[in-house]
Design a protein around this ligand. Structure first.
Ligand code: CP
Length: 310
């Protein structure tokens, strides 16, 4: 059971969960969302730090609300306001924080840096986005897909845009759950090879598939889910104008919807750059589920915290 796997553990990526455990998690988060958390206080008398080295709207606020709703006390720790700004190492910071806190939600740069924070602290550490992956986003994405599609297996999940941290977690989740995942990126923006290989192994177990292409219309054809994200990921130094022209054919717009399934849902992890990776008419249109998807960050994280501390 996924509860036993997550209890008292770090949550640094989706790699540690089997397909069945991930599916179990999504159904449990769906149940908690419907039934609510009234009277359920696994974080009572517990303080959880939110250590952010990058900006955030959804992740930070939804974690704060999730912690409060489970009876806990959230402490927002912006890195620039800590002694880290004056050179204290992240490992020393994590060691000290783990003497005061019961958990640490961390948004940082490299996955190695995140792993180092986790190794330096003896409290659960949760990945709130690293340069490599965004597993909490994928949990909310899978909850949203379940709500709209009622199942996972053999769904056509197509991602168009930059092969970034969100893509990596989406690929892991989709292939673990038996979906046919199509990733369309411009040349030079493909997902990491090691994560592609990992996902191919998941497909062998789940019966799903993974295809990479640089042809956006090929990926979008018959898609049940069309997913996109900003073209230049946070932390990337690529020139914005150059990226824009390279990525324009990957824009999710009305033309792209025409080749997808009639009941396609459009997803975006947000924040969106309207008029770039997605047009106004699509993000505000009848196929878009992005606001439910954003809300589900809260519900998925309530379920995650409930399982880690339950
Ligand atoms: N999707 C996401 O992680 O949003 P924030 O950067 O606002 O947290």
């Amino acid at each position: 059971m996924v509860k036993h796997v997550l209890r008292g553990s770090d949550f640094l990526s989706l790699s540690g969960l089997s397909g069945n455990e991930l599916e179990d998690f999504v159904y449990e988060s769906c149940r908690l969302k419907k039934e609510g958390t009234k009277g359920f206080r696994p974080l009572s008398n517990r303080s959880i730090g939110l250590l952010f080295e990058k900006p955030s709207t959804r992740t930070r606020v939804s974690f704060e609300v999730a912690i409060l709703s489970l009876g806990g006390h959230p402490l927002v720790l912006q890195a620039e306001e800590l002694q880290m700004r004056r050179g204290e190492t992240i490992e020393d910071t994590a060691k000290v924080l783990s003497r005061y806190l019961d958990g640490l939600v961390v948004r940082t740069f490299g996955q190695k840096r995140l792993e180092s924070i986790a190794a330096s602290s003896d409290i659960p550490v949760i990945n709130a986005l690293s340069d490599e992956c965004h597993p909490c986003q994928a949990l909310a994405d899978m909850l949203t897909i379940l709500e709209y599609k009622g199942e996972f297996r053999q769904l056509e999940l197509s991602y168009l845009g930059d092969g970034n941290n969100v893509t990596h977690s989406l690929m892991r989740a989709g292939t673990k759950l038996g979906m046919n995942v199509h990733i369309a990126t411009p040349c030079g923006h493909e997902p990491m090879d090691s994560i592609v290989s990992e996902c191919e192994e998941y497909c062998e177990i789940s019966g799903g598939s993974l295809k990479l292409t640089d042809e956006p219309f090929e990926a979008a054809e018959n898609a049940d889910i069309l997913y996109t994200d900003v073209w230049v990921s946070m932390g990337s130094s690529e020139d914005a104008d150059e990226a824009r022209s390279k990525f324009l054919p990957f824009q999710v717009n009305e033309k792209m919807l025409e080749v997808a399934s009639d009941d396609v849902i459009v997803m975006h992890c947000l924040p969106a750059h309207r008029g770039e990776e997605i047009t106004d008419d699509v993000i505000d249109g009848s196929h878009s589920v992005v606001w439910d998807q954003a809300e589900n960050r809260l519900h998925a994280q309530i379920a995650l915290l409930a399982m880690i501390y339950g």
